[in-house]
Design a protein around this ligand. Structure first.
Ligand SMILES: [Zn+2]
Length: 143
């Protein structure tokens, strides 16, 4: 490593150019540059090896892309209908009745078939609902 001193060229993040560029050291703090002058825009500012936020974000993104999507995908594909049902039972759901008003994604509780998720709503009064063992077409909006 070349010893850095005042007047040395260092690569630093330029707060004006917003990228890492060659800078000249203006002031030192111990063995590290403290203030630098950008060779490109001649702006003088505190020394930063790299854009701090970008570095952290890049790290976080790298970690995320490396782990999270894989896990999420695995979890999603492995999640069985029973698990979906279990999660759904904790969410608010409506008691099914023919006069009820339901939309896609609603969870309903049917007296015979149990808990189901509304898959589609067909105007004016039909819904297809996925239950544990079957998908059924039910009537709604009937007054
Ligand atoms: Zn600059």
């Amino acid at each position: 490593m070349v010893k850095t001193a005042v007047g040395s060229d260092v690569e630093a993040y330029c707060t004006k150019c917003k990228i890492v560029l060659a800078h000249s050291v203006v002031a030192m703090e111990g063995a590290k540059p403290r203030r630098v002058r950008c060779n490109t825009c001649s702006g003088e500012h505190n020394y930063r090896a790299a854009k701090p936020v970008a570095k952290t974000a890049a790290k976080a993104t790298a970690k995320k892309t490396a782990k999270t999507p894989k896990k999420a995908t695995t979890k999603r594909t492995r999640q069985s209908w029973e698990e979906v049902m279990q999660e759904a039972s904790a969410k608010p759901h409506k008691k099914y009745s023919m006069s009820g008003n339901y939309g896609e994604g609603d969870w309903i509780e049917h007296a015979t078939f149990g808990l189901g998720c509304v898959q589609t709503f067909t105007a004016p009064n039909k819904i297809t609902v996925r239950f544990t063992d079957s998908t059924r077409m039910l009537v709604c909006n009937r007054s």
